[in-house]
Design a protein around this ligand. Structure first.
Ligand code: FMN
Ligand code: 173
Length: 341
């Protein structure tokens, strides 16, 4: 079984440089991109002995979806840049791993096709200024039986990504399109970053769907408090993998204050920089209910399609199981903050 770093090296060789850099890169000087991983290195685990952990059980339930491990696949755009099977390969490997695939609004495969291979999947949304169109996209996801709606709120404007400017990467190659952005006439719309969106729109969004609604990209504890007050069903603590505000706090550093305000009222998912089972255990011990992985899955996909995604997820599962046992826990729920320094 290859390491994530080995799969990334293969992905880098196989991909167009512009596409590799689109995946790998972050905003600005990429300080936040680096900080996500660095914060995991800075924190260490203090393992526990003689706890009789027996056989571990990694299963968790988040927002009504059961996952075989506390790791889900983050929404990431344009999987067909990595591999011709695109999101179908990712969704199928994730379903076979027994966890949740979050389908990006910017997927190069229609959500209806993702639904054919994924039993339990969620859908990520950038609300568009055209409410009718936004409602149509939500209906498509809901009719395709997506189990939750993840509304990304860290993207009022597009982050400045220097690598994309350097390569002049703006458009998908011919033949690929953001398939969830087709309107009734079949025309593909550009995805707008929702600059005018406010908490008022959220109330509207909340009423347009029966799916649980999670907010993705919350870092300020006051926003977490507001989201809970607004009846939001869950939060993803995230800085978008360092791709939006360079200089933003790392997601792991932001977690403890959010855990403290949310106080167990809604589930918390953390993403950004999770690269090992020990990272998963650190995030859970500090109060996340599950973590998301973005780039590692893309490296697996680019290196070896569905098999590569399966490899990444199985490695993370085994490492998480090992780290959990060595920390003296039988289940994710048994992890406590005192295990992290
Ligand atoms: C290539 C790429 C595309 C992404 N596209 C989306 C997207 O369409 N919607 C979204 O909410 N987040 C998107 N993200 C952010 C991820 O959901 C996630 O927050 C981030 O990748 C987690 O960090 P990690 O890559 O270090 O695991 C994207 C990230 C990457 C790397
Ligand atoms: O690249 C991204 O991080 C992202 O979220 C996005 C947003 C709009 C279209 C495609 C991807």
């Amino acid at each position: 079984m290859r390491t994530i770093a080995e799969l990334e090296a293969i992905a880098r060789e196989r991909m167009e440089p512009a596409h590799y850099d689109y995946y790998a890169g972050g905003a600005g000087e990429e300080a936040t991109l680096r900080a996500n991983e660095e914060e995991f290195r800075r924190r260490v685990l203090v393992p526990r002995a003689l706890r009789g952990v027996g056989k571990r059980d990694l299963t968790v339930e988040v927002s009504g979806s059961t996952m075989s491990m506390p790791i889900l696949v983050c929404p990431t755009a344009f999987h067909r840049l990595a591999h011709s099977d695109g999101e179908l390969a990712t969704a199928q490997a994730t379903a076979e791993a027994g966890t949740v695939f979050v389908c990006s609004m910017a997927s190069t495969t229609a959500v209806e096709d993702v639904a054919k291979v994924a039993d339990v999947f969620w859908f990520q949304l950038y609300p568009q200024s055209d409410r009718e169109f936004t409602e149509a996209v939500i209906s498509r996801a809901e009719n395709a039986s997506a189990r939750a709606l993840v509304v990304t709120v860290d993207s009022a404007v597009h982050g400045r990504r220097e690598r994309d400017h350097r390569h002049a990467f703006h458009d998908l190659p011919p033949g690929l399109a953001a398939e969830n952005m087709r309107d009734a006439t079949g025309r593909v719309r550009d995805i707008e970053m929702p600059a005018d969106l406010t908490w008022d729109d959220l109330a509207w969004l909340r009423e347009t769907t029966k799916m649980p609604v999670l907010l993705k990209g919350v870092l300020h504890p006051e926003d977490a408090r507001r989201a809970v007050a607004a009846g939001i069903d869950g939060l993803v603590v995230s800085n978008h993998g360092g791709r939006q505000l360079d200089g933003a706090i790392s997601s792991l550093a932001a977690l403890p204050e959010i855990v403290s305000v949310v106080d167990g009222q809604v589930p918390l998912i953390l993403d950004g920089g999770v690269r090992s089972g020990a990272d998963v255990v650190k995030a859970l011990a500090l109060g996340a209910d599950a973590v998301g992985v973005g780039r590692p899955v893309l490296w697996g996909l680019a290196a070896a399609g569905q098999e590569g995604v399966a490899e990444v997820l199985e490695r993370l599962r085994e490492e998480t199981d090992t780290a959990l046992g060595l920390c003296g826990a039988r289940t994710p729920g048994e992890l406590t903050a005192d295990l992290v320094r």
